[in-house]
Ligand binder design. Structure first.
Ligand code: ZN
Length: 288
């Protein structure tokens, strides 16, 4: 069943979906309550409360080519204040793949001195180290956070259409099982705001890739004009997670579209052509 996307999502609808807003000093993030109750600090950032001029007071958390490093680092400092305790933020240089970074210890995750951006090329991070916040950056792509209350292992996944095609979510579940003996049915999953099936139009290249690769690929598309269709990447990722053994009742999806709600989120597709540069959201998960 597809979750209806609406231009305005009420807080009640968000709560029903398992999410609530956390706000500190103007910085706001969506938190998945069931994932938190299972022992995992987590949050999906918004554009609110930062220092980037995108256009103003924007909380852009990555993209060193589009913004000054001191702005991004200040925004990260503000974002991390939403979460109590000391954290090492661990990300990756995202390449729309299904490659995995495994973080064994907090020391593994500590960036080298003077290191600005990320140095590991991948789109999935798995870990069971305490004090580490695994983070993926998005602006329309699907951010997926996973946590296993039994083993304490967790993962962050960045899945745009290429990552979805590469089954990044399934690979995250498999890697958690291999590294930490996670049973998929124990996992709790939170899927954050992304470009929804209301707005995300793709061309025949994307449609062809999905329909040739997946038997149920066609059901992800709603035709618009010739050679184009709206794609439901949330549905695609939920289906993949369920096929990997995740209990559908333990998958929580924030019913907000980044393209509809550029007042709250960065949208590459809406803003790239307007401003030339786009801020980056971040989704993080970890445990103390
Ligand atoms: Zn939309």
């Amino acid at each position: 069943m597809s979750i209806p996307m609406e231009r305005i999502t009420s807080d009640d609808q968000l709560n029903e979906a398992g999410f609530y807003w956390r706000e500190t000093e103007g910085v706001r993030a969506l938190v998945c309550a069931p994932l938190e109750a299972d022992g995992f600090v987590n949050g999906f950032s918004t554009r609110l409360g930062g220092v980037s001029e995108m256009p103003a007071s924007a909380l852009s958390l990555a993209g060193f080519n589009d913004d000054a490093a001191e702005n991004i680092l200040e925004n990260r400092r503000r974002f991390l204040k939403l979460f109590q305790g000391e954290w090492i933020l661990a990300g990756c240089w995202q390449v729309h793949s299904a490659d995995v970074r495994v973080i064994h210890t907090a020391e593994d995750a500590r960036p080298a001195e003077n290191q600005r951006g990320e140095t590991v090329f991948c789109d999935v991070i798995v870990s069971n180290a305490s004090g580490v916040l695994a983070g993926v950056k998005t602006a329309d792509c699907v951010p997926i956070l996973l946590g296993d209350p039994v083993t304490g292992a967790f993962a962050a996944v960045h899945a745009g259409w290429r990552g979805t095609l590469a089954t990044a979510a399934i690979i995250a579940v498999k890697r958690l099982a291999e590294e930490y003996e996670v049973r998929p049915q124990d996992l709790r999953v939170a899927i954050g705001a992304s470009a929804g099936a209301c707005c995300y139009e793709v061309g025949s290249d994307v449609i062809d890739e999905f329909t040739s690769r997946f038997v149920d690929g066609p059901k992800l598309f709603t035709p618009t004009r010739p050679g184009h269709a709206l794609v439901d990447l949330l549905q695609a990722n939920r289906d993949q997670l369920v096929s990997a053994g995740v209990n559908p009742e333990r998958i929580h999806t924030a019913p907000i579209c980044t393209m509809c709600r550029t007042d709250l989120f960065f949208s590459y597709r809406k803003e790239k052509s307007l401003h030339g540069k786009v801020g980056r959201l971040m989704a993080v998960v970890g445990r103390q």
